[in-house]
Design a protein around this ligand. Structure first.
Ligand code: PLP
Length: 462
């Protein structure tokens, strides 16, 4: 296929869109370690998980064997409103960089919530509705997940209670109001509505909150309120499963033109977009059918893969959620005020953690001023104003493209552009005014968080 024949945007016909999600666990030899009940240290049963999560989502969470899971008709119908998302050849960026590399990005910002999170939000809302629930609770950091979930809940006429990390609640009134437009109730966390919130406020009166704390509040409310369950926008395997739609569409689009990527890059907060993007490609690698170089990009201020430990840890500050074996900085780790709110999570999805541990994926930590430089460079040539989170992937894509410029290699690079940054203009402002800093935690800073990792036989940190 000659260069010219590859369009700027590769779209799929409706008939070409994936009808099933792909579950990469089915192809993993080393399965992710099971979630443990923190009280008994035994694997969580479906029944135990069912108190917190919707029944079908529990099945998906525990399913390590079925490679394909049908996407229900109602979810496919909703996907059709904003999917397929375009896979764009970054011709303009390539030209600007004068690189022989071929760069593609899968853009997930083409919906009102502005990110990939809607792909899982709609699935989770659907299963909650199907189970006859009244509503769901959740946490949100920067607000992308809460926005996506409130859209999904209003579509299925479910009540939606969002606990929003206090600093974002105060600094990001716009997202808060989008959520309220879709009918969600939004509470700053920590709040005095919950036991855990009150306890944290007592211990740390001036705290601006954290994702882990907001999770604990949302879980507490879900388990204490009849007809409610908790839903989560990342970290869990059910979320990775739903996000596989990103990777499946990408693969179908590339296959149409016979394009085989060399490098696949995604930003990594809890791991859902990265996991979703790479899943079908990782499946091929695991089955020995193809080889790809995967790169997870995380902020240097919250370096769970590159500097965390691979152990069982709590998913939340309040220690009410199951233990997950993952790369973690400790559930008490509170990152510095990095502007990529969606990447400020202390742990990493356990599938990605296992794949990384097994050497199947690389991880890189990048500093935020470099990330914003890349964001601006990208915005100026490709037109899209990227989210700070997404810009982590842009940064590494540009780095890799510049390496190709040196070596003359014509590598094909694919990266996930997870969303738009219109609600992050305060961060852009700081960057433009030269007020953005690059705080990188010292080993001593990390020690405090790591010290909170639960200790039991087999879970020692070296
Ligand atoms: C939430 C978010 C992320 C990070 O979440 P993952 O679960 O790691 O994918 C990345 N980009 C955007 C735009 C987000 O909203």
């Amino acid at each position: 296929m000659s260069e010219k024949e590859i369009p700027y945007k590769i779209y799929l016909e409706e008939s070409e869109m994936p009808k099933q999600w792909y579950n990469v666990r089915a192809d993993m030899k080393n399965k992710p370690a099971p979630l443990l009940n923190p009280a008994t240290l035994k694997p969580m049963t479906a029944e135990e998980l069912g108190h917190v999560f919707c029944d079908e989502l529990v099945q998906q969470e525990l399913d390590d064997t079925d490679p394909y899971i049908d996407i229900p008709r109602e979810i496919l119908d909703f996907y059709r409103m904003y999917r397929p998302s375009p896979l764009t050849r970054a011709y303009c960026l390539e030209k600007k960089l004068q690189t022989p590399a071929k760069i593609y990005y899968k853009f997930e910002g083409n919906n009102t919530s502005g990110s990939h999170k809607l792909n899982s939000a709609i699935a989770q809302a659907y299963y909650a509705k199907k189970q006859g629930l009244k509503g769901v609770t959740t946490e949100t950091g920067a607000g992308q997940w809460g926005t996506a979930l409130s859209m999904a809940c209003s579509y299925f006429d479910l009540d939606c209670k969002v606990y929003m990390v206090k600093v974002s609640y105060e600094q990001k009134p716009f997202r808060r109001e989008v959520m309220r437009t879709y009918g969600a109730s939004v509470t700053p966390s920590p709040s005095n509505q919950t036991n855990i919130g009150r306890k944290i406020l007592e211990e740390f009166p001036g705290t601006t909150g954290s994702l882990g704390c907001a999770i604990s509040e949302a879980v507490e409310v879900a388990t204490n309120t009849e007809g409610y369950r908790y839903v989560l926008g990342s970290v869990l395997n059910q979320v990775l499963l739903h996000q596989s739609v990103i990777g499946l569409e990408t693969k179908i689009a590339l296959d149409k033109y016979g394009i085989k990527p060399d490098i696949i890059i995604g930003c990594a907060g809890g791991g859902s977009n990265l996991g979703g993007l790479i899943s079908p490609f990782m499946g091929e690698k695991l089955r020995g059918e193809a080889d790809y170089h995967f790169i997870a990009v995380e902020p240097a201020s919250c370096p769970s893969l590159t500097r965390g430990k691979f152990v069982y840890d709590f998913c939340d500050t309040g220690k009410v959620c199951p233990l997950s074996k993952m790369y973690t900085l400790g559930s008490g780790f509170i990152p510095s005020a990095n502007h990529a709110g969606g990447l400020r999570y202390h742990g990493m999805n356990n599938v990605l953690s296992q794949l990384y541990h097994d050497g199947l994926m690389e991880a890189r930590a990048v500093e935020q001023t470099e990330v914003f430089k890349a964001a601006e460079q990208f915005a100026r040539v490709e037109g899209i104003l990227p989210a700070p989170e997404s810009s982590h992937a842009i940064k590494v894509a540009i780095d890799e493209a510049l390496k190709c410029k040196e070596t003359g290699e014509e590598k094909t690079i694919v990266f996930g552009l997870t969303g738009t940054g219109y609600f992050d203009m305060v961060a852009y402002e700081k960057f433009h005014d030269g007020l953005m800093t690059d705080y990188i935690p010292t080993d001593d800073d990390l020690k405090a968080g790591l010290a909170g990792i639960p200790k039991f036989p087999g879970n020692e940190i070296d």
